[in-house]
Design a protein around this ligand. Structure first.
Ligand SMILES: *Cc1c(COP(=O)(O)O)cnc(C)c1O
Ligand SMILES: [Zn+2]
Length: 371
């Protein structure tokens, strides 16, 4: 069990309060998860039912709102069914609670009392809520133009909100600077966050009778859900629970699609792009910290990258609303991706996707679309 650097190979104990390597690169976790299916079946329907697969040592350190095991709803797309994880139903309104529950539990275990994090909103809300339960002093850096709902939510949880002028990258830089003195509870880089998002894969496979789907379609900005899912599906295969891993299909916004370009143009590095404004604010990430890893994970799975335009996202939002699902604009990129994927897919394929954020997260934007 250890933290290991992607770049230089240096290792650290899981009990060192480290969020990156001394060389400045991101860290991964080497860990042997255990799955006892009989035990899992008897436990409460939360993501902590996979207890022996989550690298937090003591149960007393678990910070949880009994989150997870969200419904896997069968949704109709022009006569074809797709299973959609209802991750908009988490306590803070987005799937980021998966990562926050595990990361803040580990932070509590390390005895850390103050953290910084940067976010366009949802990760900040999730980290704030779990810090509130754990009694950890929480400082969230956000872009000045953060959605009003998300700013309200973060402050209600008692976190300090630091509004940073400029781009999303300026916000990240400000958080990094603050992280020179304070522990960085980064959703995009801290490896424990991905140990939480991996439970998405465990739940999907358990809900399908411990079988892997054929294809999983996910939105991608920083890739915390996609990389977490990749870890989870690979762990189940390695443990002999499933007999394959799914194709991972990643969907980006057309206006900010660096990973799509790296994949489609077969580039060795993720390109520096000029991003344009998009309604999918939650995936507007021009330089994802783990960009190369995301592209590699999609390639390794035999998957693909797709893009969605703002027009397609808005149409998708309206269509899915009329089926009874109220999700935020960022969350609707996958619908455009699902439609494109289905138009070329074979029948009988088991396809899983996700709604990542609740519509109430973005009331102003949702109202503006109606006008
Ligand atoms: C964070 C977020 C995403 C994208 O997740 P990444 O981990 O950045 O790839 C998608 N949808 C919503 C609603 C989000 O909050
Ligand atoms: Zn290193």
């Amino acid at each position: 069990m250890k933290l290991i650097c992607q770049k230089c190979g240096k290792t650290y104990s899981l009990n060192e309060p480290r969020w990156q390597c001394v060389c400045g690169s991101v860290l991964d976790i080497e860990f042997e998860p255990v799955f006892d299916l009989a035990k899992i079946k008897k436990r409460e329907p939360t993501l902590w039912r996979y207890r022996e697969a989550i690298p937090v040592q003591s149960d007393t350190n678990i910070v949880s709102f009994d989150e997870g095991f969200t419904p896997l709803a069968k949704v109709d797309f022009g006569g074809k069914a797709v299973f959609i994880k209802q991750d908009q139903l988490f306590i803070t309104g987005s799937f980021k609670d998966r990562g926050a529950s595990v990361l803040i539990s580990k932070i509590k275990e390390l005895g850390i009392q103050k953290v910084v994090e940067d976010s366009s909103g949802n990760a900040g809300s999730a980290i704030s809520a779990y810090c509130a339960q754990a009694g950890i002093d929480c400082h969230i850096f956000v872009p000045e133009d953060i959605a009003a709902n998300k700013a309200a939510q973060i402050q209600y949880y008692g976190a300090k909100l630091n509004r940073i002028p400029g781009t999303r990258e300026d916000t990240a830089a400000a958080a990094r600077q603050a992280a020179e003195n304070v522990y960085y509870a980064s959703h995009s880089g801290n490896p424990f966050f991905f140990q939480g998002t991996k439970t998405f894969a465990f739940e999907v496979c358990e809900q399908l009778g411990w079988k892997s789907p054929d294809t999983v379609i996910l939105p991608v900005g920083n890739g915390t859900l996609l990389l977490g899912a990749a870890i989870g599906f690979n762990e189940l295969l390695k443990a002999g629970i499933t007999d394959k891993t799914p194709r991972l299909v990643a969907v980006q916004s057309e206006n900010c699609a660096p990973l799509y370009r790296a994949f489609r143009e077969n580039l060795a590095e993720v390109p520096v792009i000029e991003k344009k404004e998009t309604i999918a604010e939650g995936i507007t990430v021009a330089c994802p910290v783990k960009g190369n890893q995301i592209v590699a994970a999609v390639k390794q799975s035999g998957g693909d990258f797709l893009i969605a335009s703002d027009t397609e996202i808005i149409t998708s939002l309206q269509e899915i609303g009329r089926q009874g699902y109220f999700i935020e604009p960022t969350s609707a990129v996958v619908i455009a991706g699902i439609k494109e994927y289905l138009s070329a897919s074979s029948t009988g394929e088991v396809i899983v996707s996700v709604f990542t954020g609740h519509g109430l997260k973005a009331t102003e934007k949702m109202l503006a679309i109606l006008k």
